[in-house]
Design a binder for this molecule. Structure first.
Ligand SMILES: [Zn+2]
Length: 250
């Protein structure tokens, strides 16, 4: 299995990266996609990647308030590094608004054009902003898109599927009141990616604790039972999807 979204360079994991990767490999994972969320974590993702896992570099919408031209240049340079297979985490967050709207949009557009120039996928966070994200993406035809931890409506999901996007399913699928439990029933397995979003969003029965890639099989089990499909089918198909998407730089 492949965890398509984990923040292994997050300070919560500092000094423990090797043992976390070891545990993940023992749990049956063979790649982790390590996703940066600011310049520090993106640089650190490159530094700790002794495994040549696929990496993503980006600046999360929460961190775009004080973004400078120089930061964007640095990001562009990081995107040329070996093993960088995607741009992200980027996107829009109009739920918490830690950064002003115009700053978020400006940074998002930069990430999208960078992914397009590099010809690699973009990993998108959207909270309270799926409509706006889909509208902006209309101008980026042929871009390979991952909507991570998807929280949109059924209609928005259908639109994303129509356009060929991939949809990330995270640990919130295991939370009994999560709307994503209903939405996932409309998501074709050949567009599905599994992700932990470690250290956030730990699946049940670990909710509230530090999440790690080792818990990915709990997400696969939940998806399999919600869709009434064999777990091996879910594991194999989602791994195949992830390999296809992130293999280009390998
Ligand atoms: Zn994330």
């Amino acid at each position: 299995m492949i965890d398509t979204h984990c923040h292994l360079s997050h300070p919560n994991f500092k000094g423990k990266e090797r043992e976390i990767v070891q545990r993940a490999l023992e749990a049956g994972l063979y790649w982790l996609v390590i996703v940066g969320y600011d310049l520090i974590s993106s640089k650190r993702a490159i530094a700790i990647n002794h495994y040549h896992f696929p990496l993503a570099v980006g600046i999360h919408p929460h961190d775009t308030a004080d973004i400078t031209e120089k930061d964007l240049k640095t990001l562009e340079a990081l995107a040329q590094t070996e093993d960088v297979c995607a741009i992200g985490e980027t996107g829009l967050d109009f739920y918490r608004f830690f950064s002003p709207r115009d700053k978020q949009v400006e940074a998002f557009l930069f990430h999208l054009s960078l992914a397009q120039r590099r010809g690699i996928p973009v990993i998108i966070h959207s909270r309270g902003a799926v409509k706006e994200v889909l509208a902006i993406l209309k101008d980026f035809a042929n871009l390979k898109v991952v909507l991570h931890c998807f929280e949109g409506s059924k209609g928005e999901l259908m639109e994303a599927i129509d356009r060929g996007y991939y949809i990330g399913v995270a640990g919130n699928i295991t939370y009994s009141r999560s709307p994503v439990r209903e939405i996932v029933k409309y998501l074709p397995v050949d567009r599905m990616l599994l992700e932990t979003d470690s250290p956030y969003l730990a699946p049940q029965p670990f909710r509230g604790r530090n999440n790690e890639p080792t818990y990915l099989p709990y997400i696969a089990e939940n998806v399999a039972s919600l869709l009434d499909l064999p777990i091996e089918y879910i594991k194999e198909t989602t791994s195949y999807n992830a390999e296809k998407l992130f293999q280009r730089c390998r």
